[in-house]
Design a protein around this ligand. Structure first.
Ligand SMILES: [Zn+2]
Length: 706
């Protein structure tokens, strides 16, 4: 509805920009100025910049190198990129930090081509491990072996008889245990399969050592608990490892109370070099604790967010645990596993929305995805939580009729492009030629108007976000195979791929006003690569290396052979203020607009030009692509057939310098299935001057009862 009042606010903005210009001349010096290479901002108001300036951990200016030097004071450091390229800090929208921390301490079995080699790696670790102590490993994948079948435990027992061993499958949905681990866990042929899980058995009914989905906990629970010191060390190691690969934030899927509190303790002590967006795991005790505490945003200088929960609809495709609507094409008796019942998903979603928490649900199979969509639809109707931004994690195989439901319900498909390149050798065998069309279907989903936050699911896949980018734009593996890409019509453009690693994850975590682009006012998170991945040949993308990673304007990782260097005496002369874009005079902060409860679902439709600047189209906005017009969007979101503007009333502008609130009443008329309507909405729009451009950064609307 904002389009109806844009003109007025822009007029107000125009009169104020003169003031901003004057303020610019009285600016304070920056802490750091970055220049000397291409800067991809992921901000449509200025997609490529020559420089940016940082003060107090936030970007204060983005623009030309000449103008940036206006922010240079006696103690301002200047980082000369020397041709390296800067991007907004990379965000992994779906990963497991504790899993990574533990994986760093366990035997790495990723990519190992035979079971014999797996056994010999574990045996090598056993030589330096005291008898009785647990050995963990992760990353095995029988699909890489000559015989593509689950292993059995005997070879492992012969090589490692005296240590309990548990080895996670690459997807985290199956585990292989040796006899000693099964003995400690009390597992025998009499142990029953738990709901949503499977103990793989031989012809005599004896466990073979492989435990799938919910059955994994039968073995895990025998493993001794981490001490608090071990937990903290694992989390810190995972954060440092993430920085090394250029990540400034990780959205951490499904951690328990202890782990999340350990992250908060690290952040409070100033020892967490990474932002984390924590999704609370589906256990009643952890949920009760965080619900009682309420949603927490940007704690400890924007390091830890806790305002979401993680549910599981089904298992994974590799272990045939993904729940399908029809049987597996290569296993006609099997339709996969439901890890949670549809009722459970719905009840949990309602509970979360009521507490102001976001919900993300793991769903891989088409039945898993349908259950999650159904649960969200019912929960949104029950709670009227409008800007809820529910997410489906993986959204890997979707029935054609469910694809438009994401945009319609405002459900965010959070996907991992490297899953596609890892799964492509065998996914079609599991699914057949028809269902494969709805699998890893990025383009089909993007065309409906959704955004796709991208991630790796590490330690399932490697941490490196360059692999994510490469898979997204090529749909090819590390050897650039197959030629032309696997179902290449589903590729992302490079601009989309970069957004999927920066601004789209920020949107998927309600952080788009705080991070995700190089924009004045946002946290100064950025990543420097030695190569320009937006321009180099596709087959060269994987050779790009991280030069430096900055979180809040501070380096958290620097490569030893870095081309880019900082110097307190960096060159660059002070210039006049005659540029067309006036720099922001002071570190502008987004107002903490709490939108969750008051938005009405229909009021996400905005003016396309404003929407472009908002950068975060969570809902359908596709006038250009011809999918829907804005009026269609309003009509479909509100359930109205037509909506017509009938005027604004009581418009007021509240001026706070670089931030303005515009309040008033919006009057609309139209028609819906219950007949003609005539409604008034009270609205509050927040405008902010960012780098000389006024942007709409927040909007609240609610219907005034008659
Ligand atoms: Zn995951």
């Amino acid at each position: 509805m904002t389009r109806f009042r844009t003109t007025l606010a822009l007029l107000v903005a125009a009169t104020l920009s003169a003031t901003s210009l004057a303020l610019a001349q009285a600016k304070q010096p920056a802490d750091l100025i970055v220049t000397g290479g291409p800067i991809y901002t992921v901000d449509v108001t200025r997609p490529i910049a020559g420089a940016f300036a940082i003060r107090g951990g936030r970007f204060v200016f983005v623009g030309t190198a000449r103008d940036a030097m206006m922010f240079k004071g006696p103690s301002t450091r200047v980082l000369d990129l020397r041709g390296a390229a800067a991007y907004p800090g990379f965000i992994d929208a779906h990963a497991h930090l504790l899993g990574l921390g533990l994986a760093l301490q366990s035997v790495d079995l990723t990519g190992v081509p035979t079971y014999e080699e797996i056994v010999s790696r574990v045996a090598a670790r056993a030589k330096t491990t005291p008898a009785g102590q647990w050995i963990t490993g992760n990353g095995w994948d029988q699909n890489r072996w000559p015989v593509k079948e689950f292993p059995t435990h005997e070879a492992l027992d012969r090589a490692v008889p005296n240590n309990p061993v548990i080895l996670d499958r690459v997807d985290g949905h199956a585990v292989l245990a040796n006899a000693e681990a099964m003995r400690k866990a009390g597992i025998t042929s009499k142990t029953a399969d738990p709901t949503g899980g499977r103990i793989v058995r031989d012809a005599q009914g004896n466990p073979t050592g492989v435990f799938v989905d919910n059955a994994m906990s039968l073995v895990y629970r025998a493993e001794p608990k981490l001490t608090p010191a071990q937990l903290t060390a694992a989390l810190h190691a995972a954060a440092v490892e993430s920085n090394r690969w250029g990540l400034t934030e990780v959205q951490d899927m499904g951690e328990d109370r202890e782990t999340i509190l350990a992250f908060e303790a690290l952040a409070r002590d100033g020892k967490l070099p990474l932002r984390t967006y924590e999704m609370v795991t589906d256990d009643s005790a952890s949920l009760a604790f965080f619900y009682a505490r309420g949603p927490r945003k940007a704690q400890y200088n924007g390091r830890v967010w806790v305002r979401g929960i993680k549910l599981y609809a089904d298992g994974a495709l590799g272990s045939r645990g993904a729940a399908l609507l029809a049987p597996y094409s290569d296993d006609s008796a099997n339709t996969g596993l439901l890890v949670s019942t549809p009722e459970h998903l719905k009840a949990r979603a309602i509970e979360a929305f009521r507490h102001g928490f976001q919900v993300s649900t793991h769903a891989i199979g088409d039945r898993g995805n349908r259950n999650a969509l159904d649960a969200y639809e019912a929960a949104l109707d029950a709670v009227h939580s409008v800007d809820a931004r529910p997410r489906i994690e993986h959204a890997q195989i979707i029935s054609p009729e469910d694809i438009p439901r994401f945009a319609k319900l405002g459900v965010i498909p959070s996907m991992q492009s490297s899953h596609q390149t890892s799964d492509m050798p065998w996914a079609e065998r599991r699914l057949g030629p028809e269902r494969i069309r709805g699998a890893y279907a990025w383009r089909t989903l993007l065309n409906t108007g959704v955004v796709i936050p991208n991630g790796t699911d590490f330690p399932v896949e490697r941490v490196n976000p360059i692999i994510t980018f490469h898979s997204a734009v090529t749909r090819q593996d590390a050897e650039n195979s197959p030629p032309g890409g696997w179902y290449p019509d589903q590729r992302m453009t490079r601009e989309e791929a970069l957004r999927s690693m920066t601004l789209w994850p920020a949107f998927a975590a309600f952080q788009e006003n705080e991070l995700g682009s190089i924009t004045a006012g946002k946290y100064a998170d950025f990543t420097v690569l030695d190569r320009d991945i937006m321009k180099i040949a596709p087959e060269k993308i994987l050779s790009a290396q991280v030069v430096a990673t900055y979180v809040g304007g501070t380096p958290v990782y620097q490569a030893t052979n870095t081309a880019a260097t900082t110097a307190a005496d960096g060159s660059g002369e002070v210039n006049d203020a005659s540029s067309e874009a006036a720099p922001v005079a002071s570190g502008a902060h987004a107002l903490p607009i709490e939108r969750e409860n008051e938005w009405t679902r229909g009021l996400v439709a905005r003016d396309p030009k404003v929407f472009d600047r908002l950068l975060a189209p969570g809902f359908v906005y596709t006038e250009d692509s011809g999918v829907m017009t804005r009026d269609d969007v309003i009509a479909s979101a509100t359930g109205d057939d037509t909506t017509t503007w009938a005027g604004n009333e009581d418009m007021k502008v509240h001026d706070f310098g670089d931030t303005q609130l515009v309040t008033g009443v919006l009057h609309v008329k139209g028609k819906n299935k219950s007949g003609p309507f005539d409604r008034r909405y009270a609205f509050t729009d927040t405008w902010q001057n960012r780098g000389g451009t006024w942007q709409l950064i927040g909007a609240q609307d609610y219907v005034i009862p008659k």
